[in-house]
Design a binder for this molecule. Structure first.
Ligand SMILES: Cc1cc2nc3c(=O)[nH]c(=O)nc-3n(C[C@H](O)[C@H](O)[C@H](O)COP(=O)(O)OP(=O)(O)OC[C@H]3O[C@@H](n4cnc5c(N)ncnc54)[C@H](O)[C@@H]3O)c2cc1C
Length: 440
């Protein structure tokens, strides 16, 4: 596998809170040759949702993960099950897509949240849910004015009434920090991603999906009417291959993927449980999941056990030096927004890779000129809901049936390549610098 970050980006996180709550299940390594109808490469939310939907339709499906299912972003994200999945702002989206496509997209966002909601409740998955929708907090007075100006649009787009929280009410609502007001959209909820993943894996296995760990796909080749997926200890022959590798994709598995995605690091810290007295001192007692209005946004939430999760963009490089700088930066930002918690110990910190696409919209569909090869990826940091949903919709495409839920046609448009080949993450540096200036 040829990947574009330094090896550190592909290490197992040593100190991820979710792993303490739900130790990853060790799936066996695939050994020997194996025949199946569909093989899914990557055992995160995308891959498992595709596998579950296929297994429910009586397709013999095998999921392989280079590490363990859930090892990637799905086992280490912030647990915001929310709207999103594209980085196209409203203006750009309007220029690129007609009203019907835009409306389909917003229905898709909503359907993605409902999809996870239903998965959890129908399969009895206890994933420590909390938060009634998601609250956007203004980092400047001007940002608050902009947010107020766009509430009508949010109402028209999602059919719900956003709740405005003026600056002077934030503290009494348990949202006291360095913010200038907020707006809550009552769609979405927070969850423990490792518990969701474990429940999903169990459900998929219950339907007959076979899961393997420590089984990297080293090559994918077409022989006659079937695919051969080579792994270190065996070959899988299948009619269909699904790529669900997202930010952990490689340039050569298969070659088609080269330069069609950019992995981006995101980082999280989690504190020890914050006492009620400490919460009161900061004025933050709410279990609402929140993010701020910066372009390089922070995302955060008090969890049901009193621990606080705080996340932001990660470093541009994955070297010990870059990680040390990022570790300093994330703590500094946390303390600036929540000064009363300056002395609260951070017990866990980790990073992971999410995935951007050149068109700034996700891809889910057949890979052109590769009959029987499908892929879904590129949720721009919002893949808990969208990755889950598009994984299931990709299964519809594999089965040749019409999608069981909204999906705009542009989702299946094959992703374009980025310029600069394996050096393409250099494109992020000027983008981050410009965003940091605009965020002031
Ligand atoms: C720190 C962080 C915080 C985030 N927070 C949020 C959030 O709060 N809300 C939200 O909606 N989204 C969030 N995201 C994004 C979200 O986690 C991802 O979009 C989503 O989990 C992607 O799921 P996936 O299954 O497509 O990919 P992943 O979960 O990344 O899984 C890909 C898998 O592919 C495997 N793989 C790669 N290559 C091979 C190969 N050749 N053979 C076999 N296996 C292979 C990897 O081992 C990996 O397990 C966050 C991401 C990060 C990193």
């Amino acid at each position: 596998m040829r990947r574009i970050y330094e090896p550190l980006a592909y290490d197992t996180p040593a100190n991820c809170w979710w792993r303490d709550t739900t130790p990853p299940a060790d799936q066996p390594q695939l050994d020997g040759d194996h025949r199946t109808e569909a093989v899914v490469i990557g055992g995160g939310f995308t891959g498992l949702n595709a596998a579950l939907a296929l297994a429910r339709s009586d397709v013999k499906v095998t999921v392989i993960d280079a590490e363990q299912p859930g090892w990637g972003a799905s086992g280490r994200n912030g647990g915001f099950c929310c709207l999103g999945g594209s980085k196209l702002g409203g203006g750009l989206m309007a220029r690129r897509f007609d009203q019907d496509q835009r409306s389909q997209w917003h229905k898709t966002e909503r359907a993605a949240v409902d999809h996870v909601d239903a998965l959890l409740s129908e399969n009895g998955i206890d994933a420590d849910r909390h938060s009634n929708g998601e609250t956007l907090l203004a980092h400047t007075p001007r940002a608050m004015r902009d947010m107020l100006a766009s509430t009508d649009e949010a109402k028209a787009t999602y059919g719900v009434t956003p709740e405005i929280i003026p600056a002077e009410q934030l503290r009494q609502r348990g949202l006291g920090g360095a913010f200038h007001g907020g707006v809550t959209l009552p769609i979405g909820f927070a969850l423990n991603p490792a518990k969701y993943h474990a429940g999903l894996a169990h459900t998929a296995q219950g339907q007959g999906a076979r899961l393997f760990g420590q089984t990297p796909a080293q090559s994918i080749t077409r022989t006659g009417r079937t695919w051969r997926v080579t792994t270190p200890s065996g070959v899988i022959t299948a009619d269909t291959v699904i790529l669900a590798t997202n930010g952990y994709s490689s340039e050569d598995v298969p070659d088609w993927l080269r330069a069609r995605y950019v992995p981006v690091q995101s980082s999280i810290i989690v504190t020890r449980p914050i006492t009620e007295g400490e919460q009161a001192r900061q004025g933050w007692t709410s279990l609402q999941m929140c993010y701020d209005s910066r372009i390089l946004l922070h995302y955060f939430r008090l969890m049901p056990d009193g621990r606080f999760l705080f996340g932001m963009r990660g470093g541009l490089r994955a070297t010990p030096r870059a990680e040390a700088a990022l570790s300093h930066k994330i703590r500094a930002d946390f303390h600036a927004l929540f000064p009363a918690w300056r002395d609260v110990e951070v017990t866990h910190d980790w990073s992971g890779l999410l995935c951007l696409m050149r068109r700034l919209t996700p891809f889910a569909g057949p890979v052109p000129d590769h009959p029987g090869l499908f892929a879904a990826m590129g949720y721009h940091g919002n893949g808990v809901a969208m990755g889950s949903y598009l994984g299931a919709r990709l299964a519809d495409a594999v089965l040749g049936r019409s999608p069981r839920g909204p999906v705009p046609a542009f989702i299946a448009a094959p992703p374009k390549r980025f310029p600069f080949g394996a050096s393409r993450r250099a494109l992020l540096a000027p983008a981050y610098t410009a965003a940091a200036l605009l965020d002031r």
